[in-house]
Design a protein around this ligand. Structure first.
Ligand code: ARG
Length: 467
């Protein structure tokens, strides 16, 4: 029986009937639907709509549905169910008879779907935060492995200054930790219970909304039934947070692809995550990275679909809202599948620290440090910059590095040069010069590593508390 069959006198056009259903995709909300239904059933008992035996009957029926679904995925093959709400009602009635129909007293699918989606988003956030923490853990291990070894940092993709390899990896750690924070922030607003909002104006029975929210682990209850049944901000926020996360992953992937090219040679691609070419026997391709890069396109597409779907909707529930589900599921499930793979890649990748270090030692990346040397000796920085620029010119003419210029050559450019200039050009001195919080001086990088480890621990503890 349809959930609305009294009103519609004739059967639906079969094509339309199939087309308007959401069961094909909202069947993944079974766990959430059952949890919300249990909480609602208990509140019906408190409101004296259900007797104790009826409540027990319904709860047992809901448990049986969960067990049947677990025992066989084909249990969910139902060509008639309109959506997950209809499916559960049908199954319940099949198991316990007409008492099953009592479960829908005082509630509407509008609040049910809003609740199921909030539970889904909350669970996805908890899973994702824990996975992001694991992935960041792998990044930190690679960072530690590098010790004090250096590499070029680029601006405009031109060699700019040397940095500790760990410092570079910690840049990604920052991005991913911000993503984890963003998800935690989004969780706060998602973790609010709409049940009791009815179809639009609030439940028609005196339901204890706080008790329902408590049972479902929600932090609080929604304040307005019209908003509660039509709000999908939590979906928008979540998928937008995911699109930023995916964008970070895409930037990371792009840089890894670049650094694994023969031209850079900083990275040995892990074979377990790469394929060869059917034509060119020598090839090893960065498939995981390329697919990571392109997956971000889907997520951004999902975020855009959601924004556009919502922007013209009058209050309150409209069937358009059904279409917010698929972009949500696609974004969540794509990123959830991706992060453990990225972590696996991270664990397997090998850096060519020697080559990175070599690259950090040529190309005048000590020029700013050289100008700073002069500035410390009283030469105004703008002039010091000019002097070192000229020294670089000289080196280019002679095909050498700054350290190869004689003191005489240098003094012709400016008398402030002295013998100790040469030690300030050395890689370790250049790194150590950037001795500010957030800078690449090795001692600062060690501190930053320790800080990041603590932040991951906090995320893990929180994930544990939510599990
Ligand atoms: N399948 C619907 C959705 O996802 C459930 C809510 C249906 N409500 C309604 N009034 N038809 O939005």
């Amino acid at each position: 029986m349809k959930m609305w069959s009294g009103r519609v006198g004739r059967p639906l056009d079969p094509e339309f009937e199939r087309w308007q259903r959401s069961f094909e995709f909202d069947r993944r909300l079974l766990r959430e639907e059952l949890a919300a239904s249990r909480a609602h059933a208990r509140s019906l008992k408190s409101a004296a709509i259900l007797s104790s035996p009826e409540l027990i009957n319904i709860l047992e029926g809901l448990d049986r549905i969960a067990k049947n679904a677990q025992a066989s995925p084909s249990f969910l093959d139902d060509a008639e169910a309109e959506d997950i709400h209809h499916f559960v009602e049908k199954q319940l009635v099949a198991l316990i008879g007409d008492t099953g129909y009592k479960l829908h007293s005082g509630r509407s699918r509008n609040e049910q779907i809003a609740t199921d989606l909030r539970l889904y988003v909350r669970a996805a956030i908890d899973q994702l935060r824990s996975d992001v923490a694991d992935c960041v853990g792998e990044l930190l291990q690679r960072a530690e492995q590098g010790g004090n070894s250096a590499m070029p940092a680029y601006t405009h993709l031109q060699r700019a200054e040397p940095v500790v390899v760990a410092h570079w990896l910690l840049a990604y750690v920052e991005m991913f930790l911000r993503d984890a924070d963003r998800l935690a922030d989004c969780r706060k607003r998602a973790n609010v219970c709409p049940l009791g909002s009815g179809a639009v104006a609030g439940a028609t029975l005196p339901l204890d909304r706080e008790a329902i929210a408590d049972e479902l682990g929600f932090e609080s209850i929604t304040a307005n039934s019209i908003d509660a049944t039509s709000d999908r901000d939590f979906v928008l926020e979540f998928v937008n947070a995911l699109s930023i996360l995916a964008l970070h992953l895409s930037r990371w992937a792009e840089e890894m692809i670049l650094f694994s090219s023969q031209e850079f040679g900083f990275i040995h691609l892990p074979e377990a995550y790469s394929t060869g070419s059917s034509a060119m026997p020598q090839k090893l391709n960065p498939d995981l990275l390329e697919l990571t890069r392109v997956k971000s396109a889907r997520i951004v597409g999902d975020a855009t679909s959601l924004m556009v779907a919502m922007k013209g909707l009058p209050l309150a529930y409209n069937k358009d809202l059904q279409e917010t589900q698929e972009p949500l599921f696609e974004a969540a499930e794509t990123v959830m599948a991706l992060i453990p793979l990225v972590a696996g890649w991270m664990k397997a990748v090998e850096f060519n620290f020697e080559r990175m270090q070599q690259a950090a030692q040529s190309g005048f990346m000590n020029a700013w440090a050289a100008a700073t040397y002069l500035a410390k000796r009283g030469v105004p920085f703008r002039l010091a910059h000019e002097v070192i620029g000229k020294a670089v010119q000289l080196c280019l003419d002679r095909n050498c590095e700054l350290k190869d210029l004689s003191l005489e050559d240098l003094r012709q450019l400016n008398p402030a040069f002295d013998q100790d200039f040469y030690s300030c050009l050395e890689l370790q001195s250049v790194l150590a010069l950037h001795d500010v919080p957030g800078g690449t001086a090795p001692s600062r990088v060690r501190q930053a590593l320790a800080q990041s480890k603590k932040r991951i621990e906090l995320i893990r503890e929180e994930a544990h508390a939510h599990a």
